[in-house]
Design a protein around this ligand. Structure first.
Ligand SMILES: [Fe+2]
Length: 263
């Protein structure tokens, strides 16, 4: 989460229910309505299948516990609101335990089109549909398990694998480029940009991903494309820390993005 955030995490009550105002429910409703046509046209079928399976509410913010009920049936995963910033060690621990940590606040109207930090719309609408798929769930858990064994110095390397797949992965279906990652599902602008053919596309390759730097605050200039979720399932069985060691030895690729201008 950005250090300059003006958002405050919302607390769940003892039943796991997070209270939202009518305006916050309306923001969810409008975000979902706007995004639905775009994801139907541009997201890959495993995401759409998961979205359909979750039957998210259309007129109010989804609650983590109701999403958990559906995820448990599918893959045994759960989603829990997190109260604040969580360190990488805790993040990896939760993924290893088949738990997806979700920021609980929802963006304000003035941030309707773009918000750098993850909000509940990104977390639920973006992330949880694919967690209904056992192969994607296994891959997510494998990153968590690798993170638990990793030195802190390796976290930034490992998180690139998360970034270029779970957040911003692409998938080719019947020759058509589709979005897969949560950062695409929850962003109209980036979903259109990523699938329109302008950015550089690279075939899915774990070592190549680990060596590719990124910035979180721009449309990505490079995306990685999988054939199907079996690619991720195969990656889940790799020794990811050995892959990090290999990537370290080979070094980072030159960035494809401009240097960030200090503000
Ligand atoms: Fe995310």
């Amino acid at each position: 989460m950005a250090k300059t955030s003006t958002y405050v995490a919302l607390q769940a009550d003892e039943t796991g229910h997070v209270p939202y105002t009518p305006e916050e429910d309306a923001v969810w409703r409008d975000l979902l309505a706007r995004q639905m046509a775009s994801v139907q046209a541009r997201m890959a079928s495993p995401y759409l299948k998961g979205l359909s399976r979750l039957s998210l509410p259309v007129d109010r913010v989804a609650q983590c516990n109701e999403v958990t009920a559906r995820l448990r049936e599918a893959t045994g995963w759960r989603v829990e609101p997190v109260p604040a910033l969580i360190p990488f060690g805790r993040f990896f621990q939760l993924l290893a335990d088949c738990c997806f940590p979700a920021a609980s606040f929802i963006r304000r109207r003035e941030d309707f089109d773009y918000i750098e930090e993850p909000d509940i719309f990104h977390e639920i609408f973006g992330h949880t549909p694919l967690l209904t798929d056992a192969r994607f769930a296994a891959f997510s858990q494998a990153i968590g398990q690798a993170g638990l064994r990793a030195d802190k110095a390796d976290y930034a390397w490992l998180i690139r694998l998360y970034w270029f797949t779970i957040e911003f992965g692409l998938m080719r279906e019947n020759g058509v480029l589709k979005g897969l990652g949560s950062g695409l599902a929850s962003s109209i602008a980036e979903l259109e940009w990523a699938t329109a053919g302008q950015p550089e596309l690279r075939p899915f390759d774990v070592i190549g991903i680990l060596r590719t730097p990124y910035r979180i605050d721009i449309l990505q200039p490079v995306y990685f494309v999988i054939h199907d979720l079996d690619d991720l399932f195969a990656a889940a069985k790799r020794d990811l820390l050995a892959d990090v060691a290999t990537a370290r030895q080979l070094g980072l690729h030159a960035p494809k993005y401009p240097a960030k201008v200090a503000s």
